[in-house]
Structure formats: C-alpha cells, structure tokens
Design a protein around this ligand. Structure first.
Ligand code: PLP
Length: 409
C-alpha cells in the first residue's frame, strides 16, 4: 500500500533519541543536560507548591465536571494569560484589540498562528516568508513548513562572542522584503540563552517598523528567565506600545511546570486604528473556525490550574515566589559552572555562561567535544553544544566542569 518511496522512514527526533540513550546508560555518574524541563537540586521533576495547592482546590470542588470547554478555551484562563503578557493597564486590552484563544501549550499556539497566517496573511503584497533566528527551537522549522509557509533565517548567535549578532540580525531584517513575518523569542531564547538587551530590542523594533514587518512572538519562559514576569514580557510590551500588529504564542509548560497538561494561549493584537476592534472580532471568528477543525476544544485541566492561580492574589504571589526559586537555582548553577571552569583555567572564555539566561546555554562546545563528553563522561547534551542548565545541581556541577575542562584541552 505505502511503498518506501511514498512513505520513507523518518529519522528519530534527535532530542528524544538523546533521552532514550540517557535512560539506557547505567553509569551512576550520568548527567542529563538535554532535557528542556526544570529539575530540582536532586535532579527530580518539581511540582510547583502553588500548583499542588491549586490541584487540591480543584479536586475538592464538588461542582467540578469534565464537560467541553468553549472553542476559544477557558475565559478566566485566557483573559489572565493576556494580562500577564500585556500588563494590567494595557491600552490594547482596553481598546479591545486583543483576541485570545487557548491552545495545546506553546506548540499548539505556534501552530495555530502559523495556520492563521498561512490562510490569511495575503494582503497587499505581504511577504509570506517566515524569518527564524539562526539557530532557533527546531520545531519552528517544521511547524511553519507543515502549513506551507516558506521559511528563511536571520543571523542571531555570534560564534566569537557567544552573544547576540545584533548587526547581522538588523542587516538581515533590513534586507528582507517588506512586510515579512519575523519570529522573535520574547525571552530566554532557545537554544542559545542569548536575549537582546532593552536597547537592542528598540533597535530591532525600529528596523522592523521601517520595513513594516509582522512580529510573531514566541514566549515559553515568562517569569522563568529572570524571575520577574514583567521584565520577561518587556519586549512584547514595547512592540505593542510601538503600534505593531502582532501575534503571540504563549506556553505555560515551564513557568507552571505543567509540561504534560498542555496549557497555552495564542493572542492576536491589532494595531491602534479606528477599526481595530472590528479587525480583532473578525480575526477571533476565524481563529475559532481553525480551532474547531484542528482540536474542537482545548484541554481543560492545566488551564484550570493556571486560572486558579492567576485569579487569586495570594496564590499569584506564591507562584511568583516559585518562579524565583526556579530561576534563582538556574542562575546559581550558571555562576557555579562558570566559576569552576575559570578556577580550572579551562581554555577559552566562560562569561557567556552567566551572560546567557533561561533554561539553556549555548556553550560553544564542538560536536566532537559533545560526543566525547557522552562516551567518556556519560554527560548528555544536544550535539550543537546546548546544555539545559536545569540538569546541573550542587552534586554534579563540579563533575561536569571537570569533564568539560578535560574535553576542551
Ligand atoms: N517555543 C519555544 C521557544 C520553546 O522552547 C518551547 C518548548 O521547549 C515551546 C515553544 C513550546 O513548548 P510547549 O509546547 O511544551 O509549551
């Protein structure tokens, strides 16, 4: 029926292959620096205490049932999700310029946005190519390709400084045809951990405005990056203040530790204009149609947990505390790893480990060094040299530093 020419064997997802190899490794020294999920100092998954509380509240609610959610999702969740991004005194919200739809976590939000643009981003000679940072979260490539949108890249990571290639990025944005779609990581860039500074965001916005580009923000780490929800939403808020029409894919996987619950949201924000509210209403109506054919109704439980926390002042404060615990531990591990490498006199510079932010660090280790770390030291990371900071803890950071020292020399 389906010969190999029609359905060739697909390669395994590299990240899941890595996970499998780690699981099969029987060494007691093994370290998992591949996984993009938070781990506590004992290398264990962490259920946020505030999530445990919300779970308890929900389970004790005699009125709770398992009916379908509306197509656009749980309103007390989506409205607070928007507020979290845009802030409490957002002009866009007050002017009814925001349409929000609950999605299958961040992946589903990127997909719904991609599908929406594939169907509707056709006006007045707009360029349908989606520009992705080089590198980017690998899934971006296939999500946009799957809906038939062409993809291209803009420079992002500077190999020498292991920081942002701001000049290369601005040049590429200026050279892209007018009204191109530009995907931007709002904070804690995956896989590099390199974010533009507030000043660099202003420069990026300036170029994009001049070329009338369309920003597509992906935000999967709000509050998880710096520990400050407002700070991590700074770029998005700035672009909205600048009058851009834009979309946002929002994940609650990392900042609530709700990975498997698939709580996310897609937002469309129209530009300030007399007919902005009408535009938003029309967009919302089309998003509902797309959602209906894709998933009918989003999943309920993760959204309920997040909504319970987001709508209660005391729980919200506790969540912020939990966010500081996670981001704080990661920042401490960055300092520890850099400190040990510098102590060892490991060749090269290591300031990028603490300059970078969020779950990941692009170490600059070569593919050969990564392979050696795995074969000789049972340390697992993606072959581009990305490490998940959450895999480090006080028990293994010295071992990892010594291993890196050994393969770099
Ligand atoms: N976007 C980026 C940049 C990510 O790093 C991730 C998760 O790794 C996601 C989106 C989506 O994750 P999820 O679908 O689990 O919310």
């Amino acid at each position: 029926s389906f010969p190999p020419e029609a359905v060739p064997q697909a390669p395994e997802d590299p990240l899941f292959g890595l996970m499998r190899a780690y699981k099969a490794d029987t060494s007691s020294n093994k370290v998992d620096l591949g996984i993009g999920a938070y781990r506590d100092n004992n290398a264990k998954p962490w259920v946020l205490p505030v999530v445990k509380k919300a779970d308890e509240i929900l389970r004790n609610d005699p009125e709770l049932n398992h009916e379908y959610l509306p197509i656009a999702g749980l309103a007390p969740f989506t409205s607070k999700a928007a507020e979290l991004l845009l802030g409490q005194s957002s002009a866009a919200s007050a002017e009814k310029r925001v349409a929000s739809v609950q999605t299958i976590s961040g992946t589903g939000a990127v997909h719904l946005g991609a599908l929406f643009l594939a169907k509707f981003y056709k006006v007045n000679g707009a360029n349908r190519t989606v520009y992705l940072s080089n590198p980017t979260w690998a899934n971006h490539n296939q999500i946009f390709t799957n809906v038939g949108l062409p993809i291209a890249t803009y420079p992002y990571f500077h190999k020498e400084t292991k920081g942002l290639d701001i000049e290369g990025m601005k040049r590429a944005l200026a050279d892209a045809p007018e009204r191109s779609i530009i995907l931007l990581h709002a904070c804690a860039h995956n896989p590099t951990g390199v974010d533009p500074s507030p000043e660099q965001w202003r420069e990026i916005a300036e170029v994009m405005k001049a070329k009338q580009h369309f920003p597509f923000f992906d935000t999967a780490y709000q509050g998880f990056a710096s520990g400050d929800l407002d700070r991590d939403a700074g770029a998005i808020r700035y672009f909205i203040e600048q009058g851009f029409e834009l979309v946002i894919a929002q994940s609650f996987a990392k900042n609530f530790g709700l990975y498997g619950e698939r709580a996310g949201c897609f937002h469309f924000v129209s530009a300030p204009a007399p007919d902005a509210a009408d535009v938003t209403t029309r967009v919302a109506s089309q998003l509902a149609i797309l959602q209906r054919s894709e998933i009918s109704n989003p999943p309920i439980y993760g959204a309920r947990i997040a909504a319970t926390v987001l709508n209660d002042a005391a729980l919200f404060a506790e969540w912020q505390e939990n966010l500081r615990t996670m981001s704080g531990r990661i920042i401490t591990m960055r300092e520890a790893l850099r400190g040990k490498l510098e102590e060892l006199g490991t060749p090269g510079t290591w300031n990028h480990i603490t300059d970078q932010i969020g779950m990941f660090s692009f170490t600059g280790l070569t593919e050969a060094q990564v392979a050696k770390l795995r074969s000789d030291f049972h340390i697992y990371m993606t072959k581009n040299g990305r490490i998940s900071m959450a895999g480090l803890n006080t028990s293994n950071v010295e071992y990892v530093a010594k291993a890196i020292d050994s393969v770099v020399r």
